[in-house]
Design a protein around this ligand. Structure first.
Ligand code: FNR
Length: 416
């Protein structure tokens, strides 16, 4: 009602309300390379498209005459009741959208009681973002997303910092042990890495800094992580930033930092057994992000983690992969109520959120749309986007004939 009243009062929205228009507006505002990094997906982008199509293949079948005058969007997660079932997905390199973007987006989430999941690939150290969130709302909920490094010491250090920064959960992303093949990015020189962006979580870390010093002392200049993206990143530094390379070579350190990052960014040798290392080192709830196979969902239960997140990274990693929404029902079945199932990849509004909740998700994470809102209107833009999503979810819930998120299940859905 507030949004309609604002319209009547002649106040214009800061960010376009429709997802497609939002993306187009952000594209006009952002640099070509920055937009390519955010919007781009793996390969022919079939999975990215499938994520959206999966929502179009499901229709809501409402119930009528249910007294939906009072509606409750709250959900319980890790022993805490949250005002909405929304999360801010971890997104790296938010400085591509706006300087200081990590703190701005997280503050917007904080103001609405939406947990912000802070990325390992962030542009600002988690301590800084946590402080900015506390200034907006003391104790605002944040979680830490972990890219499991090939350096165990670094994993331990990041997790310790997350605990000290008041993070409530560790979200381990499992679909990025090798970086995806992303043509839009590669064509433009892989902007984040070629500029050494998105490594603030690392360069602010004492263990990482020690690794950099060791590498600089050795004088080594070759990446040992031979992924196509790593190769492209170095080719790009040479091609587009010869000056930077010269400076780096003179001082040794910055280039060593980028190289060390590429060395330690991921550990493709990770197995289920390694989870014990993390379990032993933190009492925080552990979320496994990027679970799509029901067998893996069952293993997650056995591994003693606290939640799984059905996600295909917005189609940015494995092209041809199943749409995240299509993977959700089988994972929910496999878990059989023993763990909460979170969801992301393709949520573009409140109605999408309702569909994912109806298929058994406990909460859903917003990804790209908030990056676009951040690029267009900063903290206020992200807040408006989240408020719109919450409003649409609330309206959709009422129109579907449900009073609370807990009332929503697959009986409300039919195939298109
Ligand atoms: C991401 N995602 C991501 N995930 C993660 O675990 N750590 C990260 O650092 C990032 N970084 C990142 C950057 C950008 C630009 C995008 C678009 C995505 C994936 C993210 O958390 C989420 O899974 C997807 O964004 C969901 O897909 P949609 O809804 O954005 O299409």
């Amino acid at each position: 009602a507030e949004i309609y009243r604002a319209g009547v009062a002649g106040r214009r929205p800061r960010v376009p309300v429709g997802a497609a228009e939002l993306e187009r507006a952000a594209q006009r505002r952002m640099s070509r390379a920055a937009f390519a990094y955010v919007a781009g997906s793996a390969g022919l982008e079939r999975t990215a498209q499938a994520n959206l199509d999966a929502f179009r293949r499901r229709r809501i079948v409402p119930n009528v005459l249910r007294d939906v005058s009072a509606r409750d969007l709250s959900v319980e997660l890790f022993g805490v009741r949250r005002p909405t079932p929304l999360l801010l997905a971890p997104i790296g390199v938010l400085e591509l959208a706006r300087r200081g973007g990590d703190a701005l987006a997280a503050r917007a989430a904080a103001s609405l009681g939406v947990p912000a999941v802070l990325s390992t690939q962030a542009s600002q150290p988690m301590e800084e973002v946590a402080a900015a969130m506390d200034a907006a709302r003391p104790g605002a909920s944040r979680w830490f997303q972990l890219y499991w490094s090939s350096s165990r010491d670094l994993v331990e250090s990041l997790v310790g910092r997350a605990e000290r920064s008041g993070c409530e959960a560790i979200v381990v992303t499992l679909d990025t042990h090798v970086l995806g093949w992303r043509p839009r990015d590669l064509a433009l020189g892989y902007l984040p890495f070629s500029r050494g962006l998105g490594i603030a979580q690392y360069t602010s870390d004492p263990v990482f800094r020690e690794l950099v010093r060791e590498r600089a002392a050795r004088g080594g200049r070759t990446a040992t992580t031979v992924t196509p993206a790593a190769v492209a990143a170095f080719a790009s530094i040479l091609r587009h930033h010869p000056g930077r390379l010269r400076d780096n070579l003179r001082s040794g350190e910055p280039l060593a930092a980028v190289e060390t990052f590429l060395d330690v960014f991921a550990d493709p040798s990770l197995t289920w057994d390694d989870l014990a290392f993390l379990r032993e080192r933190t009492r925080l709830p552990i979320v496994l992000k990027g679970v799509l196979h029901p067998d893996d969902a069952r293993r997650a239960v056995d591994a003693g983690v606290d939640a799984v997140q059905v996600s295909n990274h917005g189609g940015r990693q494995l092209d041809g992969e199943i749409a995240a929404l299509d993977a959700l029902p089988a994972v929910v079945d496999a878990v059989d109520g023993r763990l909460p199932v979170l969801f992301d990849s393709g949520i573009r509004g409140g109605s999408d959120a309702l569909v994912a909740l109806a298929l058994g998700a406990r909460a859903v994470a917003i990804g790209r749309p908030y990056v676009y809102a951040l690029a267009l209107a900063g903290e206020e833009g992200v807040r408006e986007l989240l408020r719109n999503t919450i409003a649409e979810l609330d309206i959709t819930l009422g129109l579907a004939g449900a009073r609370s998120v807990g009332d929503v299940d697959a009986s409300l859905l039919a195939p298109a």
